[in-house]
Design a protein. Structure first.
Length: 255
């Protein structure tokens, strides 16, 4: 399974095999009029899950993924379980959905066993499936681009999404690098309807600091490039300091 953690790489930077995969954050977007079946076979409009009381921890996966998606589910539930000051139902709800239309209600039912880790129930911990048209609509709303590799595998971004109580996208937690305190802060911010954002300039600056390592198969911090930038900025700073605060030196002429 292909793991994509960092999004918004230009086509000349991304490796060829993931050119069609991307995550374009849609901060502030509202998920509505998208239809699913939950783990009990009940048809629901996603809008009905928005109660204007607690944030939603949204987990996009597919249930027949053997490695990455299972790891994403386990890691997220494990981190939430360890947040003793936050309780499911009272402080947040969990909604996982499959972006593989071939996944069934039975698949969702099996995966819903994760709810036990946080003492969740069928009302505050949902595992959803749907048809291809609704899944496509959902992926467009959250900014996910996935790619079918073969009969059983889908390459996809890896991110957990936090929705505000009113259903707006508040934040994205990328990859599997987040921990409990990151989830706590994201949930707290979502509770007050805070919408995180990262300007295009900040994104460009951040992504410029990484390069793709074909041997390791991942993006890595480019220390040489960043060190060069810092060195250049330091020289510019010294130049301007000298230029602005140039000491007034007087020379005495001796005859």
């Amino acid at each position: 399974m292909l793991l994509v953690i960092i999004s918004n790489f230009s086509s000349d930077v991304k490796p060829q095999e993931i050119n069609d995969i991307d995550l374009s954050p849609k901060f502030g977007s509202i998920i509505k009029d998208v239809y699913f079946y939950d783990q009990n076979g009940k048809k629901i409009n996603f809008s009905s899950l928005i109660d204007y009381k607690v944030p939603i921890v949204l987990i996009p996966v597919y249930y027949t993924c053997d490695v990455v998606c299972n790891t994403t589910l386990f890691w997220t539930f494990e981190q939430l379980k360890n947040l003793n000051d936050l309780k499911i139902g009272k402080d947040y709800k969990i909604v996982a959905f499959s972006f593989d239309y071939k996944n069934t209600i039975e698949d969702a039912k099996i995966k819903s066993s994760y709810c036990k880790l946080v003492n969740g129930n069928d009302e505050n911990c949902k595992f959803l499936v749907s048809d291809s048209s609704n899944i496509k609509k959902m992926l467009n709303i959250i900014g996910f681009k996935v790619k079918k590799l073969n009969k059983n595998e889908i390459a996809h971004p890896v991110s957990v999404i936090i929705l505000t109580p009113s259903g707006k996208i508040s934040n994205y937690l990328y990859g599997l690098s987040f921990v409990g305190k990151d989830l706590r802060l994201a949930i707290w911010n979502a509770q007050i309807e805070k919408i995180e954002n990262l300007t295009d300039l900040a994104k460009s600056a951040l992504l410029f600091c990484f390069h793709y390592d074909p041997k390791g198969g991942q993006y890595a911090f480019n220390f040489t490039k960043v060190a060069g930038i810092l060195g250049f900025l330091m020289l510019m700073l010294v130049f301007f300091v000298v230029k602005i605060y140039k000491p007034n030196i007087r020379f005495n002429k001796f005859s």
